[in-house]
Ligand binder design. Structure first.
Ligand code: AMP
Ligand code: ZN
Length: 493
């Protein structure tokens, strides 16, 4: 029997503001859409947190035996500066700055995104569609919205008519905002604006002659609005109504609100059964953000090259740190917090390694079955990873007591404990044992430093045959030495 038939899951639905029983539309199957990155710069650790939260959710669904179709898009056009309807496309702007093609920008940062997520041990989604690959689908949805009377065309652009929509539907149901208040709080439209109302949003924008990212449409050359992409891609791969839509809290309004409006205005159905929002990662108490520069990149944490942290931390420790917070809570990154996570992580990995070697007895002092259900209960309660981790540490205590001969464990309980610990740590939390790879890389660095020392001695003795041999043979092994003012540094491929 699949685990999901025994484990009753509850999720916090942002649409209702309540924890609800999770019942998928089709039994045993889950359709999940998560807004992906806009690939115009390197992903920062805040972005990674959101994707890691949904990776953990994806992993738990799979662990429970659901067949999951997980769609996470790549936004490679249409996302304008300040998330607004005016201004430059973020990708085109970067392309101009770097004097390369927009698609080179897209390629570069998509590759970085994939490499980074792989370092943090995220599973690839089932489908990773791009906005530029779905222009036709977007145009079709706009046609439907116009036909249904909820959009208007002005001078080659198409706008969603929020006021008209709100007469028969509710705009603001996800964010809890009221259209009247929004209207009361906005300034008058600027004289040159084409919109009937400041709350209206672009479905299609006319491309000015200098705009490079453009496609033909029934309304002339242009490009799609950012909100529309997600509606087109989620509908195409998951249907008009699907189980879960996720993203960072900051996307709730206007992005996700607009997605709901677009679906209701085109096919007449609300698109999503459960809206899940992951909370922000902060640095020094402020939201990490690409635009403000208050951020840290994963590579800076792993290499230790930053001004914020006292030492490097491995990707597994960073992932463990993220999992120690509930996905709906704000999490602040600090050196103290990472150091504490590193200690906990090492304690957990050590217990996991000791576990198979523990002696067994005829009886057990530890009720492993009951403990195992507590782990599920934590995850079934809206993916409560901090409680799960505290249960894992309860097991660590018991493992250490058995190791010290102070408690007993039966063979069957030991096997169940091995399976459960490894399932939750590796399969669900996605935490790998990098404790030894950290040791190994420290040893490797030490060996290279030693060889650099020997090479310096050889050079001082004018024994250039030896010094060149060390450099060339290290090079052949993928270790490049670089001689500089402050001595010799190295990189390992
Ligand atoms: P973007 O590439 O800016 O569209 O962002 C990609 C994802 O990262 C979105 O789901 C955002 O909500 C999320 N995100 C952005 N900043 C943060 C942050 N500081 N903490 C957590 N998630 C974030
Ligand atoms: Zn989206």
């Amino acid at each position: 029997m699949q685990l999901y038939k025994k484990q009753k899951l509850k999720v916090h639905n942002s649409l209702t503001g309540k924890k609800e029983d999770f019942v998928p539309i089709n039994e045993g199957h889950i359709g999940m859409y998560v807004c992906g990155p806009t690939v115009y710069s390197f992903v920062h650790l805040g972005n990674c947190r959101t994707f890691m939260s949904f990776d953990m959710i994806f992993r738990y669904f799979k662990h429970l035996g659901f067949k999951v179709r997980y769609v996470r898009n790549i936004t490679d056009a249409g996302h304008l500066e300040n998330d607004a309807d005016e201004g430059e496309d973020k990708i085109a702007k970067k392309a101009k700055l770097e004097q390369i093609e927009p698609m080179e920008v897209v390629q570069r940062y998509t590759v970085d995104f994939h490499n980074t997520l792989q370092q943090f041990n995220l599973l690839p989604p089932s489908i990773e569609p791009t906005a530029t690959g779905h222009i036709i689908e977007q145009i079709e949805i706009i046609k439907e919205i116009i036909e249904n009377g909820f959009a208007y065309v002005v001078n080659g652009s198409v706008y969603f008519d929020v006021v008209k929509f709100n007469e028969s539907h509710t705009y603001g149901k996800l964010s809890g905002r009221k259209l009247e208040d929004m209207i009361a709080n906005t300034r008058e439209l600027t004289a040159q604006s084409e919109k009937r109302n400041p709350q209206d949003f672009a479905l299609w924008k006319k491309a000015e002659p200098q705009h490079i990212m453009r496609w033909p449409s029934p309304w002339g050359d242009g490009f799609p609005g950012w909100h529309l992409e997600c509606t087109a891609m989620s509908t195409k791969y998951l249907g008009e109504t699907f189980d879960i839509h996720g993203g960072g809290m900051d996307l709730k309004f206007p992005h996700h609100e607009c997605e709901i409006a677009q679906s209701e205005a085109s096919c007449g159905k609300s698109p999503v059964k459960y809206w899940l929002h992951a909370n922000m990662l902060t640095l020094n108490g402020k939201k990490m953000s690409k635009s403000t520069g208050n951020n840290i990149y994963p590579s800076e944490i792993i290499s230790g090259e930053n001004n914020i942290l006292s030492k490097p931390y491995s990707a597994a420790v960073v992932r463990f740190f993220m999992m120690q917070a509930h996905y709906t809570s704000i999490l602040d990154l600090s050196d103290d917090a990472l150091q504490a996570s590193e200690k906990g992580y090492l304690r957990l990995m050590e217990a996991l390694e000791n576990l198979p070697k523990l002696p067994t007895s005829a009886t057990s002092d530890f009720d492993v079955q009951a403990w195992r259900q507590k782990c599920y209960d934590a995850m079934n309660d809206d993916f409560n990873t901090p409680i799960l981790i505290s249960n894992l540490f309860d097991a660590v205590k018991r493992i250490n007591l058995v190791k010290e001969g102070k408690e007993t464990l039966s063979e069957a309980d030991k096997n169940l404990l091995v399976d459960t610990m490894s399932a939750f740590i590796h399969d669900v939390l996605g935490i790998e044992n990098q404790a030894h790879s950290d040791d190994n890389s420290q040893t490797l660095n030490g060996i290279v430093e030693l060889l650099i020392g020997l090479r310096n001695e050889a050079r001082a003795n004018k024994d250039f045959a030896t010094s060149d041999k060390i450099r060339d043979e290290l090079n052949a092994l993928g270790v490049q030495l670089k001689d500089g003012k402050d001595g010799t540094s190295f990189t390992i491929n």
